[in-house]
Design a protein around this ligand. Structure first.
Ligand code: CS2
Length: 493
Protein backbone atom coordinates (compact mmCIF):
# COMPACT_ATOMS: atom_id res chain seq x y z
CA UNK A 1 0.00 0.00 0.00
CA UNK A 2 1.22 3.54 -0.81
CA UNK A 3 2.06 6.01 1.89
CA UNK A 4 0.80 9.60 1.92
CA UNK A 5 3.25 12.01 0.25
CA UNK A 6 3.28 14.82 -2.32
CA UNK A 7 3.49 12.17 -5.02
CA UNK A 8 0.55 10.06 -3.79
CA UNK A 9 -1.79 12.71 -2.39
CA UNK A 10 -3.72 13.01 -5.67
CA UNK A 11 -4.99 9.45 -5.38
CA UNK A 12 -6.78 10.02 -2.07
CA UNK A 13 -10.56 9.70 -2.21
CA UNK A 14 -12.27 12.96 -3.18
CA UNK A 15 -13.85 13.20 0.28
CA UNK A 16 -10.46 13.99 1.81
CA UNK A 17 -9.75 17.74 1.64
CA UNK A 18 -6.25 18.83 0.50
CA UNK A 19 -4.20 22.00 0.78
CA UNK A 20 -5.50 24.87 -1.37
CA UNK A 21 -1.87 25.71 -2.29
CA UNK A 22 1.18 23.90 -3.59
CA UNK A 23 3.19 22.95 -0.48
CA UNK A 24 6.40 23.29 -2.55
CA UNK A 25 5.76 27.01 -2.95
CA UNK A 26 5.60 27.73 0.80
CA UNK A 27 8.53 29.25 2.72
CA UNK A 28 9.24 28.83 6.42
CA UNK A 29 8.31 31.62 8.80
CA UNK A 30 7.49 29.64 11.94
CA UNK A 31 9.50 27.26 14.07
CA UNK A 32 7.47 24.93 16.25
CA UNK A 33 9.00 23.04 19.18
CA UNK A 34 7.16 19.80 20.03
CA UNK A 35 5.37 18.43 16.93
CA UNK A 36 3.10 16.00 18.71
CA UNK A 37 -0.55 15.38 17.94
CA UNK A 38 -1.81 18.57 19.58
CA UNK A 39 0.18 20.96 17.39
CA UNK A 40 -0.75 19.05 14.26
CA UNK A 41 -4.44 19.18 15.18
CA UNK A 42 -4.46 22.81 16.34
CA UNK A 43 -1.99 25.60 15.48
CA UNK A 44 -0.85 23.93 12.23
CA UNK A 45 -4.45 24.02 10.98
CA UNK A 46 -4.91 27.73 11.69
CA UNK A 47 -1.75 28.31 9.64
CA UNK A 48 -2.70 25.83 6.91
CA UNK A 49 -5.87 27.74 6.13
CA UNK A 50 -4.08 30.97 5.30
CA UNK A 51 -1.07 29.74 3.32
CA UNK A 52 -2.81 30.08 -0.04
CA UNK A 53 -3.04 33.84 0.60
CA UNK A 54 0.22 34.31 2.48
CA UNK A 55 2.92 31.69 1.78
CA UNK A 56 5.42 33.13 4.27
CA UNK A 57 4.31 31.07 7.25
CA UNK A 58 5.20 27.44 6.56
CA UNK A 59 6.27 25.58 9.68
CA UNK A 60 9.58 23.97 10.60
CA UNK A 61 8.53 21.37 13.19
CA UNK A 62 11.13 20.31 15.73
CA UNK A 63 11.01 17.35 18.12
CA UNK A 64 13.17 17.72 21.18
CA UNK A 65 13.05 14.21 22.60
CA UNK A 66 12.45 11.46 20.07
CA UNK A 67 12.82 10.77 16.35
CA UNK A 68 9.22 9.51 16.13
CA UNK A 69 7.68 12.57 14.47
CA UNK A 70 10.48 12.75 11.92
CA UNK A 71 10.03 9.06 11.09
CA UNK A 72 6.31 9.63 10.71
CA UNK A 73 6.45 12.84 8.72
CA UNK A 74 9.71 13.27 6.79
CA UNK A 75 9.00 10.34 4.38
CA UNK A 76 5.57 11.93 3.79
CA UNK A 77 7.02 15.35 2.78
CA UNK A 78 5.60 16.71 6.05
CA UNK A 79 2.04 15.88 4.97
CA UNK A 80 -0.41 14.29 7.38
CA UNK A 81 -4.15 13.95 7.72
CA UNK A 82 -6.37 15.21 10.48
CA UNK A 83 -9.52 13.16 11.10
CA UNK A 84 -12.30 14.98 12.97
CA UNK A 85 -14.53 12.44 14.68
CA UNK A 86 -17.99 12.78 16.17
CA UNK A 87 -21.40 11.13 16.09
CA UNK A 88 -21.82 12.79 12.68
CA UNK A 89 -18.97 10.68 11.28
CA UNK A 90 -15.42 11.44 10.23
CA UNK A 91 -14.12 14.38 8.22
CA UNK A 92 -10.58 14.20 6.85
CA UNK A 93 -8.21 16.87 5.63
CA UNK A 94 -4.56 16.75 4.56
CA UNK A 95 -2.42 19.49 6.10
CA UNK A 96 0.56 20.86 4.16
CA UNK A 97 1.79 23.54 6.57
CA UNK A 98 4.64 21.45 7.99
CA UNK A 99 7.40 22.14 5.50
CA UNK A 100 10.37 20.76 7.43
CA UNK A 101 10.69 18.24 10.25
CA UNK A 102 13.79 18.17 12.43
CA UNK A 103 14.95 16.15 15.42
CA UNK A 104 16.92 18.48 17.65
CA UNK A 105 18.98 15.60 19.03
CA UNK A 106 20.91 15.13 15.77
CA UNK A 107 20.07 18.27 13.76
CA UNK A 108 21.14 20.89 16.22
CA UNK A 109 22.70 23.32 13.78
CA UNK A 110 19.64 23.21 11.53
CA UNK A 111 17.33 24.02 14.47
CA UNK A 112 19.48 26.93 15.63
CA UNK A 113 19.81 28.23 12.07
CA UNK A 114 16.02 28.20 11.63
CA UNK A 115 15.45 30.19 14.81
CA UNK A 116 18.18 32.64 13.75
CA UNK A 117 16.89 33.05 10.16
CA UNK A 118 15.53 36.55 9.36
CA UNK A 119 12.44 34.99 7.69
CA UNK A 120 11.45 33.28 10.94
CA UNK A 121 9.18 35.60 12.90
CA UNK A 122 7.33 33.17 15.16
CA UNK A 123 8.31 30.34 17.50
CA UNK A 124 5.38 28.32 18.78
CA UNK A 125 5.65 25.63 21.46
CA UNK A 126 3.70 22.59 22.65
CA UNK A 127 6.11 20.74 24.91
CA UNK A 128 3.56 19.90 27.67
CA UNK A 129 3.55 21.43 31.13
CA UNK A 130 6.63 19.59 32.33
CA UNK A 131 8.64 20.66 29.27
CA UNK A 132 9.21 24.11 30.75
CA UNK A 133 11.20 22.64 33.67
CA UNK A 134 9.69 25.12 36.08
CA UNK A 135 8.31 24.96 39.57
CA UNK A 136 4.57 24.43 38.96
CA UNK A 137 3.55 26.11 42.22
CA UNK A 138 5.43 29.38 41.49
CA UNK A 139 5.92 29.33 37.70
CA UNK A 140 9.64 30.08 38.10
CA UNK A 141 12.52 28.28 36.36
CA UNK A 142 13.65 25.26 38.38
CA UNK A 143 17.43 25.65 38.17
CA UNK A 144 17.85 22.36 40.06
CA UNK A 145 16.01 20.45 37.30
CA UNK A 146 18.62 18.01 35.89
CA UNK A 147 17.93 19.08 32.30
CA UNK A 148 18.24 22.78 33.17
CA UNK A 149 21.39 22.16 35.22
CA UNK A 150 22.85 20.37 32.19
CA UNK A 151 21.82 23.07 29.74
CA UNK A 152 23.18 25.87 31.92
CA UNK A 153 26.51 24.08 32.23
CA UNK A 154 26.66 23.37 28.45
CA UNK A 155 24.77 26.24 26.87
CA UNK A 156 25.89 25.14 23.38
CA UNK A 157 24.31 21.68 23.81
CA UNK A 158 20.71 22.30 24.85
CA UNK A 159 18.31 19.47 25.68
CA UNK A 160 15.32 21.25 27.25
CA UNK A 161 12.78 23.65 25.71
CA UNK A 162 14.08 26.65 27.70
CA UNK A 163 17.65 25.64 26.70
CA UNK A 164 16.72 25.48 23.00
CA UNK A 165 14.85 28.78 23.11
CA UNK A 166 17.76 30.56 24.73
CA UNK A 167 20.36 28.99 22.41
CA UNK A 168 18.26 29.90 19.37
CA UNK A 169 17.63 33.45 20.54
CA UNK A 170 21.32 33.89 21.29
CA UNK A 171 22.18 32.91 17.71
CA UNK A 172 19.46 35.24 16.45
CA UNK A 173 20.89 38.14 18.43
CA UNK A 174 24.38 37.37 17.05
CA UNK A 175 23.02 37.16 13.49
CA UNK A 176 21.22 40.49 13.83
CA UNK A 177 18.09 38.77 12.53
CA UNK A 178 15.75 41.02 14.49
CA UNK A 179 12.75 40.75 16.73
CA UNK A 180 10.67 37.58 17.09
CA UNK A 181 7.59 36.33 18.96
CA UNK A 182 7.44 33.22 21.17
CA UNK A 183 3.93 31.78 21.42
CA UNK A 184 3.45 29.22 24.19
CA UNK A 185 0.56 26.87 23.40
CA UNK A 186 0.62 24.76 26.55
CA UNK A 187 -1.93 24.71 29.33
CA UNK A 188 0.03 26.77 31.84
CA UNK A 189 -1.56 29.64 33.72
CA UNK A 190 -0.42 32.99 32.27
CA UNK A 191 1.61 30.97 29.81
CA UNK A 192 3.16 33.92 27.95
CA UNK A 193 4.31 35.65 31.11
CA UNK A 194 5.54 32.42 32.70
CA UNK A 195 7.60 31.45 29.65
CA UNK A 196 9.00 34.99 29.38
CA UNK A 197 10.10 34.67 33.01
CA UNK A 198 11.67 31.24 32.51
CA UNK A 199 13.54 32.30 29.36
CA UNK A 200 14.63 35.59 30.95
CA UNK A 201 15.99 33.86 34.03
CA UNK A 202 17.80 31.22 31.98
CA UNK A 203 19.26 33.82 29.60
CA UNK A 204 20.51 35.99 32.46
CA UNK A 205 22.49 33.03 33.74
CA UNK A 206 24.05 32.54 30.30
CA UNK A 207 24.89 36.12 29.31
CA UNK A 208 23.66 39.40 30.77
CA UNK A 209 23.48 41.13 27.35
CA UNK A 210 21.30 38.33 26.02
CA UNK A 211 18.64 38.80 28.70
CA UNK A 212 18.52 42.51 27.83
CA UNK A 213 18.27 41.73 24.09
CA UNK A 214 15.42 39.32 24.72
CA UNK A 215 13.59 41.83 26.88
CA UNK A 216 13.85 44.40 24.08
CA UNK A 217 13.25 42.14 21.05
CA UNK A 218 11.10 39.16 21.97
CA UNK A 219 7.38 39.23 22.71
CA UNK A 220 5.62 36.44 24.60
CA UNK A 221 1.85 36.76 24.07
CA UNK A 222 -0.35 34.60 26.26
CA UNK A 223 -2.68 32.11 24.61
CA UNK A 224 -5.58 29.83 25.37
CA UNK A 225 -5.61 26.68 23.25
CA UNK A 226 -8.45 24.20 23.16
CA UNK A 227 -9.15 21.02 21.25
CA UNK A 228 -9.45 17.47 22.54
CA UNK A 229 -6.80 15.39 20.76
CA UNK A 230 -6.37 11.86 22.14
CA UNK A 231 -3.27 9.88 21.20
CA UNK A 232 -3.63 8.30 17.73
CA UNK A 233 -4.13 4.54 17.99
CA UNK A 234 -3.22 1.68 15.60
CA UNK A 235 -6.99 1.28 15.03
CA UNK A 236 -7.19 4.93 13.85
CA UNK A 237 -4.37 4.29 11.35
CA UNK A 238 -5.99 1.07 10.17
CA UNK A 239 -9.33 2.86 9.61
CA UNK A 240 -7.56 5.52 7.54
CA UNK A 241 -5.83 2.88 5.40
CA UNK A 242 -9.07 0.95 4.90
CA UNK A 243 -11.04 4.05 3.87
CA UNK A 244 -8.35 5.91 1.92
CA UNK A 245 -6.29 3.16 0.28
CA UNK A 246 -2.94 4.40 1.59
CA UNK A 247 -1.19 4.68 4.92
CA UNK A 248 -0.55 7.81 6.98
CA UNK A 249 1.93 7.42 9.82
CA UNK A 250 1.44 11.06 10.81
CA UNK A 251 -2.35 10.83 11.20
CA UNK A 252 -3.98 12.73 14.07
CA UNK A 253 -7.55 12.41 15.36
CA UNK A 254 -9.52 15.13 17.11
CA UNK A 255 -12.94 16.48 17.96
CA UNK A 256 -14.56 19.05 15.66
CA UNK A 257 -14.39 21.81 18.32
CA UNK A 258 -11.37 24.13 18.12
CA UNK A 259 -10.50 27.39 19.86
CA UNK A 260 -7.43 29.60 19.98
CA UNK A 261 -7.39 32.90 21.84
CA UNK A 262 -4.17 34.89 21.47
CA UNK A 263 -2.98 38.08 23.09
CA UNK A 264 -2.38 40.59 20.32
CA UNK A 265 1.21 41.32 21.27
CA UNK A 266 3.58 40.42 18.44
CA UNK A 267 7.05 41.73 17.66
CA UNK A 268 6.70 44.06 14.69
CA UNK A 269 2.90 44.11 14.90
CA UNK A 270 0.28 42.40 12.77
CA UNK A 271 2.35 42.46 9.53
CA UNK A 272 4.91 40.17 11.16
CA UNK A 273 2.58 37.32 12.01
CA UNK A 274 0.18 34.97 10.27
CA UNK A 275 -3.33 36.47 10.15
CA UNK A 276 -4.67 33.67 12.31
CA UNK A 277 -7.84 35.69 12.91
CA UNK A 278 -8.72 34.92 9.26
CA UNK A 279 -8.83 31.21 10.09
CA UNK A 280 -10.83 31.48 13.29
CA UNK A 281 -8.44 32.53 16.06
CA UNK A 282 -9.49 35.31 18.44
CA UNK A 283 -6.89 38.05 18.86
CA UNK A 284 -7.60 39.85 22.15
CA UNK A 285 -6.06 42.44 24.44
CA UNK A 286 -6.21 40.22 27.53
CA UNK A 287 -6.26 36.46 27.34
CA UNK A 288 -6.41 35.84 31.11
CA UNK A 289 -10.19 35.43 31.46
CA UNK A 290 -10.31 32.88 28.62
CA UNK A 291 -7.31 31.01 29.91
CA UNK A 292 -8.57 30.79 33.49
CA UNK A 293 -11.96 29.61 32.30
CA UNK A 294 -10.47 26.88 30.13
CA UNK A 295 -7.88 25.64 32.64
CA UNK A 296 -10.29 25.58 35.57
CA UNK A 297 -13.47 24.41 33.86
CA UNK A 298 -12.25 22.07 31.11
CA UNK A 299 -8.89 20.89 32.38
CA UNK A 300 -9.93 20.89 36.04
CA UNK A 301 -12.92 18.65 35.38
CA UNK A 302 -10.82 16.53 33.02
CA UNK A 303 -8.35 15.80 35.79
CA UNK A 304 -11.11 15.07 38.31
CA UNK A 305 -12.74 12.62 35.87
CA UNK A 306 -9.37 11.10 34.98
CA UNK A 307 -8.32 10.15 38.54
CA UNK A 308 -11.69 9.25 40.00
CA UNK A 309 -12.93 7.74 36.74
CA UNK A 310 -9.87 5.55 36.39
CA UNK A 311 -10.32 4.31 39.96
CA UNK A 312 -14.01 3.69 39.25
CA UNK A 313 -12.95 1.34 36.46
CA UNK A 314 -13.56 3.59 33.45
CA UNK A 315 -11.04 3.58 30.61
CA UNK A 316 -12.46 6.56 28.71
CA UNK A 317 -13.85 10.03 29.43
CA UNK A 318 -17.00 9.44 27.35
CA UNK A 319 -17.88 6.63 29.80
CA UNK A 320 -17.14 8.71 32.90
CA UNK A 321 -19.15 11.67 31.62
CA UNK A 322 -22.15 9.47 30.82
CA UNK A 323 -22.37 8.38 34.49
CA UNK A 324 -24.94 10.65 36.22
CA UNK A 325 -23.00 10.48 39.48
CA UNK A 326 -19.94 11.93 37.74
CA UNK A 327 -22.12 14.57 36.07
CA UNK A 328 -23.24 15.74 39.52
CA UNK A 329 -19.67 15.72 40.77
CA UNK A 330 -18.43 17.71 37.77
CA UNK A 331 -21.27 20.20 38.10
CA UNK A 332 -20.33 20.73 41.74
CA UNK A 333 -16.73 21.28 40.72
CA UNK A 334 -17.80 23.75 38.04
CA UNK A 335 -19.88 25.67 40.59
CA UNK A 336 -16.83 26.01 42.82
CA UNK A 337 -14.29 26.85 40.09
CA UNK A 338 -16.72 28.91 38.05
CA UNK A 339 -17.18 31.27 40.99
CA UNK A 340 -13.44 32.10 40.92
CA UNK A 341 -13.46 33.33 37.31
CA UNK A 342 -13.17 37.00 36.36
CA UNK A 343 -15.93 38.49 34.16
CA UNK A 344 -15.86 36.67 30.83
CA UNK A 345 -16.38 39.02 27.87
CA UNK A 346 -19.20 37.72 25.70
CA UNK A 347 -19.26 34.24 27.21
CA UNK A 348 -22.34 32.42 28.45
CA UNK A 349 -20.84 30.15 31.10
CA UNK A 350 -23.95 27.99 31.31
CA UNK A 351 -23.71 27.25 27.58
CA UNK A 352 -19.96 26.69 27.94
CA UNK A 353 -20.60 24.04 30.60
CA UNK A 354 -23.24 22.29 28.50
CA UNK A 355 -20.91 22.28 25.51
CA UNK A 356 -18.08 20.80 27.60
CA UNK A 357 -20.28 17.95 28.74
CA UNK A 358 -21.32 17.22 25.16
CA UNK A 359 -17.67 17.27 24.06
CA UNK A 360 -16.73 14.80 26.81
CA UNK A 361 -19.53 12.48 25.70
CA UNK A 362 -18.15 12.16 22.15
CA UNK A 363 -17.96 8.35 22.02
CA UNK A 364 -16.51 8.47 18.50
CA UNK A 365 -13.31 9.85 20.03
CA UNK A 366 -12.33 7.69 23.01
CA UNK A 367 -10.02 9.66 25.30
CA UNK A 368 -8.21 7.62 27.92
CA UNK A 369 -8.55 8.58 31.57
CA UNK A 370 -5.00 7.25 31.93
CA UNK A 371 -3.68 9.73 29.32
CA UNK A 372 -5.19 12.73 31.10
CA UNK A 373 -4.00 11.41 34.48
CA UNK A 374 -0.38 11.82 33.39
CA UNK A 375 1.82 14.52 34.90
CA UNK A 376 -0.60 15.54 37.65
CA UNK A 377 2.22 17.26 39.55
CA UNK A 378 2.41 19.76 36.68
CA UNK A 379 -1.34 20.11 36.21
CA UNK A 380 -2.95 20.20 39.65
CA UNK A 381 -1.86 23.74 40.60
CA UNK A 382 -3.58 25.60 37.75
CA UNK A 383 -6.49 23.19 37.39
CA UNK A 384 -7.54 22.57 40.99
CA UNK A 385 -5.28 24.19 43.57
CA UNK A 386 -5.32 27.86 42.49
CA UNK A 387 -9.14 27.80 42.42
CA UNK A 388 -9.17 26.08 45.82
CA UNK A 389 -6.89 28.80 47.21
CA UNK A 390 -9.17 31.53 45.92
CA UNK A 391 -12.23 29.77 47.31
CA UNK A 392 -10.59 29.51 50.73
CA UNK A 393 -9.71 33.20 50.64
CA UNK A 394 -13.41 33.87 50.10
CA UNK A 395 -14.28 31.37 52.86
CA UNK A 396 -16.24 29.31 50.32
CA UNK A 397 -16.62 25.54 50.11
CA UNK A 398 -14.00 23.46 48.29
CA UNK A 399 -15.71 20.06 48.72
CA UNK A 400 -15.57 19.04 45.06
CA UNK A 401 -12.10 20.41 44.40
CA UNK A 402 -10.84 18.55 47.47
CA UNK A 403 -12.44 15.30 46.29
CA UNK A 404 -10.55 15.57 42.99
CA UNK A 405 -7.27 16.13 44.86
CA UNK A 406 -8.01 13.13 47.11
CA UNK A 407 -8.68 11.06 43.97
CA UNK A 408 -5.27 12.06 42.65
CA UNK A 409 -3.73 10.90 45.96
CA UNK A 410 -5.35 7.48 45.60
CA UNK A 411 -4.18 7.26 41.98
CA UNK A 412 -0.52 8.16 42.52
CA UNK A 413 -0.24 5.41 45.11
CA UNK A 414 0.13 3.20 42.04
CA UNK A 415 -2.37 0.48 43.03
CA UNK A 416 -5.98 0.47 41.92
CA UNK A 417 -8.94 -0.64 44.03
CA UNK A 418 -8.69 -4.24 42.85
CA UNK A 419 -5.01 -4.38 43.77
CA UNK A 420 -3.69 -4.03 40.20
CA UNK A 421 -0.71 -1.79 39.46
CA UNK A 422 -1.33 1.66 37.94
CA UNK A 423 1.29 2.91 35.46
CA UNK A 424 1.75 6.33 37.06
CA UNK A 425 3.51 8.70 34.62
CA UNK A 426 4.79 11.85 36.26
CA UNK A 427 8.16 13.58 36.68
CA UNK A 428 7.63 13.09 40.43
CA UNK A 429 6.44 9.45 40.17
CA UNK A 430 9.43 8.10 42.11
CA UNK A 431 8.74 10.53 44.95
CA UNK A 432 5.05 9.58 45.02
CA UNK A 433 6.00 5.93 45.25
CA UNK A 434 8.42 6.51 48.12
CA UNK A 435 5.96 8.73 50.02
CA UNK A 436 3.10 6.24 49.65
CA UNK A 437 5.28 3.25 50.58
CA UNK A 438 6.57 5.07 53.60
CA UNK A 439 3.07 6.10 54.68
CA UNK A 440 1.68 2.57 54.39
CA UNK A 441 -2.04 1.81 54.37
CA UNK A 442 -2.90 1.54 58.06
CA UNK A 443 -3.44 5.28 58.49
CA UNK A 444 -4.74 6.98 55.31
CA UNK A 445 -3.86 10.42 56.72
CA UNK A 446 -0.16 9.54 56.58
CA UNK A 447 -0.25 9.50 52.76
CA UNK A 448 -2.11 12.81 52.68
CA UNK A 449 0.47 14.43 54.96
CA UNK A 450 3.34 13.01 52.90
CA UNK A 451 1.98 14.18 49.54
CA UNK A 452 0.91 17.61 50.82
CA UNK A 453 4.51 18.22 51.83
CA UNK A 454 5.46 18.39 48.11
CA UNK A 455 5.93 22.16 47.91
CA UNK A 456 6.35 22.31 44.09
CA UNK A 457 2.73 21.16 43.89
CA UNK A 458 1.00 22.50 47.01
CA UNK A 459 3.22 25.45 47.93
CA UNK A 460 3.57 26.09 51.63
CA UNK A 461 0.20 27.75 52.18
CA UNK A 462 -2.25 24.92 51.41
CA UNK A 463 -0.61 22.31 53.70
CA UNK A 464 -0.77 24.90 56.50
CA UNK A 465 -4.49 25.59 56.00
CA UNK A 466 -6.50 23.19 58.20
CA UNK A 467 -9.60 23.72 56.04
CA UNK A 468 -7.78 22.44 52.96
CA UNK A 469 -6.02 19.60 54.76
CA UNK A 470 -9.18 18.34 56.42
CA UNK A 471 -11.28 18.60 53.25
CA UNK A 472 -8.75 16.49 51.31
CA UNK A 473 -8.00 14.08 54.16
CA UNK A 474 -11.72 13.54 54.84
CA UNK A 475 -12.37 12.43 51.25
CA UNK A 476 -9.16 10.46 51.15
CA UNK A 477 -10.20 8.45 54.22
CA UNK A 478 -13.53 7.60 52.61
CA UNK A 479 -11.95 6.66 49.30
CA UNK A 480 -9.35 4.49 51.03
CA UNK A 481 -11.91 2.78 53.24
CA UNK A 482 -14.97 2.42 51.01
CA UNK A 483 -13.69 2.86 47.45
CA UNK A 484 -14.74 5.36 44.81
CA UNK A 485 -17.98 3.56 43.82
CA UNK A 486 -19.28 3.75 47.38
CA UNK A 487 -18.31 7.42 47.66
CA UNK A 488 -20.12 8.18 44.39
CA UNK A 489 -23.19 6.27 45.56
CA UNK A 490 -23.28 7.94 48.95
CA UNK A 491 -22.62 11.50 47.83
CA UNK A 492 -23.62 11.79 44.18
CA UNK A 493 -26.39 9.27 43.52
C1 CS2 B 1 -6.20 17.15 29.00
C2 CS2 B 1 -5.89 18.17 27.89
O1 CS2 B 1 -4.46 15.58 28.87
C3 CS2 B 1 -4.96 16.50 29.53
O2 CS2 B 1 -4.48 16.86 30.60
O3 CS2 B 1 -6.89 17.78 30.01
O4 CS2 B 1 -4.96 17.68 26.98
C4 CS2 B 1 -7.17 18.61 27.16
O5 CS2 B 1 -7.70 17.55 26.39
C5 CS2 B 1 -6.92 19.80 26.28
O6 CS2 B 1 -6.34 20.82 27.03
C6 CS2 B 1 -8.19 20.27 25.62
O7 CS2 B 1 -7.98 21.49 25.01
Amino acid sequence: MNRLSLATMASLPATVARPAYDPRSISIGTVHLGIGAFHRAHQALFTDGLLSRDPRWGICGVSLQTTTAREQLAPQDGLYTIALKSAAGVERRVVGALREVLFAGDQKDAVIARIAAPGTKIITLTVTEKGYCHDPATGRLNAAHPGIAHDLAHSGEPTTAPGWLVAGLRARMAAGAGAITVVCCDNLPHNGRVVAGIVGEFAARVEAGLAAWIAANVRFPGTMVDRIVPATTPADRAAFAADCGMTDEGLVVAEPFIQWVIEDDFAGGAGNRPRWEDTGAQLVADVAPFELMKLRMLNGSHSAMAYLGYLAGYDFIYQVSADPRFQRLVNGLWDESGATLPPLPGIDIGAYRRDLLARYQNAALPHKTWQIAMDGSQKLPQRLLHPARERLQADASIAHLALAVAGWMRYVGGVDERGAAIDVRDPLAAQFKAICANAGNADPDARVRGLLALAPIFGDDLPADPRFVEAVAGWHRKLARDGVQAVLNTHFA
